[in-house]
Write a protein that binds this ligand. Structure first.
Ligand code: HEC
Length: 300
């Protein structure tokens, strides 16, 4: 159990709220088009074509022993062997013919034009692969795309653009927004700002006293002090703990026709709320829940 990573819950949400960022969640999926744009190099099977076939074709042509019409699309070698790809004249391949005509994937959903175009360009540019293909198709494979997901990359410090923003997150957001020809919304007045922060961190509007305290605090750092007061309040854990409780399916009763009460469930609810309020490190929070029954015994 490592105590080095003291990356607490409140830290995460505090840095989130302190910056004027939009909480845009990065998605796990890349469209084939995005990949094509991101890679100015050659079109390869692993990066560009396989994801399309994996999403639309493998379940009938390769996976789980399914090989409709004898066609296996999981490797370039297998595509050639099964006749889907014509190595002599790749652009005349059945693979292309089937997706262009809309015959494949069989069913109502057809491939978007840009994906068909990628397949065509891949065929025309010599069926490139990144690696030598394996002898045996692995049962389970972590693909290039899955591996390149941002959440699995080592943490690096990005260089912070100097564009007049005082907070580094704002500087990064500003740089991206400028690129897209967007601008920040106008700076909010103090009452509006505190109201927004209160809804974010507590789920309820600020009290008149909290508004007065912030409006009358004109020293440097007034905003950070206001955020600290919000984070110090028990309402913070009540509000943000709820997201976790939603995810784990917390309920005080069983639901359904016989809606019996779960008498002791509140212990867990309070534990989650308290974890947020105490700024418990993520590592502890997760470990306690995944292995709490044995972990406490082992270290304690
Ligand atoms: C739901 C199952 C299913 C899916 C998904 C599917 N296929 Fe097929 N495919 C079949 C069947 C069944 C046949 C054989 C009968 C036919 O030609 O309709 C076939 C035949 C083919 C053939 C051979 C055609 C011929 O004339 O011999 C190719 C090439 C092919 N599919 C490519 C693809 C590609 C590429 C995709 C994905 C874009 C795909 N298929 C998705 C079921 C499927």
């Amino acid at each position: 159990m490592s105590k080095n990573v003291s990356f607490g819950l409140a830290t995460v949400f505090a840095s989130w709220i302190c910056s004027a960022t939009i909480n845009a969640t990065d998605t796990a999926t890349y469209t084939a088009t995005e990949l094509a744009i991101n890679q100015d190099d050659s079109i390869t099977f692993e990066r560009h074509v396989r994801p399309i076939l994996k999403a639309h074709c493998f379940h009938c042509h390769g996976e789980d022993g399914e090989k409709e019409a004898g066609i296996d699309l999981r490797l370039v070698r297998l595509m050639k062997e099964s006749g889907a790809v014509d190595s002599a004249v790749p652009s005349a391949s059945m693979l292309l013919e089937q997706v262009e005509s809309g015959a494949m994937p069989s069913g109502a959903k057809k491939l978007p034009d840009e994906e068909i175009d990628l397949i065509r360009r891949w065929l025309e540019t010599g069926l490139k692969t990144i690696r030598v293909e394996p002898e045996v198709v692995p049962d389970y494979e972590i693909t290039e795309i899955e591996r390149s997901h941002w959440a699995f990359q080592p943490i690096v410090s990005p260089s912070i653009p100097s564009n007049g923003q005082s907070h580094p997150i704002d500087a990064l957001v500003r740089a991206k927004m400028t690129e897209k020809e967007f601008d920040f919304a106008p700076t909010a007045d103090k009452v509006t700002l505190l109201r927004r922060a209160s809804y974010d961190l507590h789920g309820i509007p600020p009290t008149p006293e909290a508004v007065d305290a912030f409006v009358n605090d004109n020293e440097d750092g007034g905003w950070l002090r206001a955020i600290d007061r919000l984070l110090a309040s028990p309402h913070y854990g009540e509000r943000w703990g709820r997201h976790w409780l939603d995810v784990v399916g917390y309920a005080d009763s069983n639901g359904g026709p016989k809606d019996s009460t779960r008498e002791h469930a509140w212990h867990y609810r309070d534990y989650v709320v308290q974890a947020f309020n105490e700024d418990k490190p993520w590592t502890d929070f997760i470990q306690e829940q995944v292995t709490g029954d044995v972990w406490r015994i082992r270290v304690g």
